[in-house]
Write a protein that binds this ligand. Structure first.
Ligand code: AMP
Length: 305
């Protein structure tokens, strides 16, 4: 039997980033939550990208989308500037400061999606305003899994609307600080249980270098991080994790969510080893499978990683 590989509908930001880390500065590089996500997921499935860019969006960036399995029919091209964002990491990477956020054409973004593309069974609601996430979800008529991500800004501004996003999500990806901020709790399993009550049966709390906590309907598992060579730039790690996870779901009928988290973990491990999307562009299936095997071996032997 031929394995059916599902397409993924993904909405989020498409950006031009400026990033400062202890390893240097990169100006005006391709970024955005939907970009990281799509590049990771496109290793395993076709991605239908939903977003907006301005007239300044470089042809090199279009070429990157077009040479991967990333369909851009639902990416609007508007007169004006593409969303620009800048950040600086502290010397030990423990803090990230946003230097600027120029919304440009992203300010008035209203997702437009071809009706055929609304039939994807896998939907990723990347980090954008909760109202837009809800809009895309309401049009996703055949969604088997709606996977959502968010950030501290939306927890501050629109906690109630974010609750509505969680209510329609099957899988929630969130980092530990955000989970604690949203729930007001300071314990992983208590925060996950509180988030389950809002809707998602799968809650994955990312803890950076400490790995991820998976709560499957309240049953918790710790999955370690992959032992990377060198942390260069953590930007987009969460979105890349989501890309690996949905890439797994695209290839599987009855998912094992620990395996899904392993795919996300390994994909994110490549992302953080160089600036922006650079190392994601170079990931081969062979390298990916090699890291999955190492991570599984480490988990089996419970090596301290
Ligand atoms: P992350 O490291 O997961 O927070 O994702 C980083 C990406 O998010 C960067 O490439 C930014 O362009 C993008 N980003 C930053 N702020 C926002 C925002 N307010 N809305 C949407 N995307 C954003």
């Amino acid at each position: 039997m031929i394995k059916e590989i599902k397409t993924i509908l993904a909405v989020g930001s498409i950006a031009i980033d400026t990033i400062e880390t202890p390893h240097g500065v990169r100006n005006n590089i391709l970024g955005g939550s939907a970009t990281y996500f799509s590049l990771a997921a496109s290793k395993f499935s076709q991605v239908k990208l939903v977003g907006v860019v301005g007239a300044d969006f470089p042809s090199s960036a279009w070429k990157i989308f077009n040479t991967h399995q990333i369909n851009t029919d639902n990416v609007q091209r508007k007169n004006g500037k593409t969303f620009h964002w800048g950040c600086r990491y502290s010397n030990d990477f423990s803090k990230r400061e946003t230097l600027f956020t120029d919304l440009g054409v992203f300010k008035d973004f209203l997702p437009k999606i071809d009706s055929e593309d609304c039939k994807s069974s896998l939907v990723f609601l990347g980090n954008i305003q909760p109202e837009l996430q809800l809009d895309v979800a309401s049009r996703s008529v055949s969604a088997k899994y709606i996977v959502s991500d968010t950030m501290n800004l939306w927890i501050d501004l629109y906690p109630d609307m974010l609750g509505d996003v969680f209510a329609i999500s099957h899988i929630l990806l969130i980092n530990d600080d955000e989970a604690y901020q949203y729930t007001g709790l300071k314990d992983l399993s208590a925060a996950a249980n509180c988030l389950h009550r809002d809707g998602p049966s799968i809650v994955i709390i990312n803890r950076g270098g400490k790995g991820a906590y998976l709560s499957n309907a309240g049953q918790g598992s710790f999955i370690p991080a992959f032992p990377i060579n060198k942390l260069v730039d953590p930007t987009g790690a969460g979105d890349t994790f989501a890309g690996g996870l949905l890439g797994y779901l695209a290839q599987t009928e009855s998912p094992d969510f620990i395996e899904a988290v392993l795919w996300g973990t390994v994909m994110a491990s490549f992302c953080v080893e160089s600036f922006g999307i650079n190392s994601l562009l170079r990931v081969s299936l062979e390298n990916f499978n090699h890291r999955i095997a190492i991570l599984k071996d480490n988990m089996l032997t419970k090596k301290d990683i």
